[in-house]
Design a protein around this ligand. Sequence first.
Ligand code: ADP
Ligand code: MN
Ligand code: MN
Ligand code: MN
Length: 377
Amino acid sequence: MPANSQLSKVVCSHYLNLPQGGLCQVTYVWIDGSGEGLRCKTRTLGSEPSSIEDIPEWNFDGSSTNQAQTANSDMILEPVCIFRDPFTLDPNKLVLCEVLNQDRKPADTNHRHTCKKIMEKVKEFHPLFGIEQEYTLMGTNGHPYAWPSNGYPKPQGPYYCAVGADRAYGREIMECHYKACLYAGINIFGANGEVMPSQWEFQVGPCEGVEIGDHLWMARFLLHRVCEDFGVVASLDPKPMSGNWNGAGCHTNFSTEATRAEGGIEHIEKAIEKLRMHHIQHIRISDPHGGQDNKRRLTGLFETSKIHEFTAAVSNRGTSIRIPIQVDQNKCGYLEDRRPAANCDPYAVTGAIAQTCLMEEGEEVDVLCELDINEFE
Ligand code: ADP
Ligand code: MN
Ligand code: MN
Ligand code: MN
């Protein structure tokens, strides 16, 4: 067990319960230079903020997060979204921030900036997104939590949505994270055990526009923080174990006012045709490394499609896009994009879906990714 998870939680709770004299702790949370790591730091405010305007901008050392050089290291934290802090409790806050360079331009891994512009342009369509975040519990040694140290657990089959000590490994983490999300104010939809042992999923949404990215990133922060207390690590690697084990995705469900209305299936089919035309771009933004991480996962096996093929079907989990069975029956609802990897940036993924499906050709706000057709042939 790692040292920090052995510190006494009983001793700790004595200090956490001390009165804090009307002051407020605010923890600023941001995405670092890797595009997948989260960082945080805390400061005291004189009173509880009642809205985002009450939270001052701040800065941090970008040379320690792969975001700047030592000689010119200050980066700006611009608060964008407030949540209640489920660790130190009310009135304390967690605040998601955008990272800006000194010239106030978005940092390289700040995809929220472009996503927000796109969502603003398409807001009359009232796009809703729901994301399924899969993750794998690991020991700090990188070995899956509760797997035998030599050899493997029994093959996949009994673990998905399982109950029982021989098949549900680490449920406490899923449940503590779920409660933490509810307390914080995250629009968490549900959670379940996954196909690979020690793999779990939670869903966020439906949320409109840029809010899905805000809520998913903060839900990830809560997950890493809960895991820290237990001395385990939540890996978002899209294929943590090679061989006959499922990978981990971030299925992204998408609808608009038109797809949700009676007969909306026709608009879902139109959206699928547009997604087909832009398949490679969507693969490029399906993980922080231009699709390279996701290559290990999108093999056409283990409930995935092949990375270089675009497919869509009702109720089929081996496709790029799945139409859920109720949507086919009701002739309206949403589609599921099964391609994004567990470590994707939801701002990039939802921004790209909105751009592809809801904007005219040439109307693009900013380039979310460069196109290189040959990369996945
Ligand atoms: P799956 O059957 O693929 O495992 P889940 O039950 O895990 O599906 O997740 C369903 C997801 O669909 C949730 O994230 C939810 O927020 C989302 N969702 C539900 N309705 C809509 C909708 N109208 N538009 C967009 N997303 C939706
Ligand atoms: Mn799911
Ligand atoms: Mn799943
Ligand atoms: Mn799914």
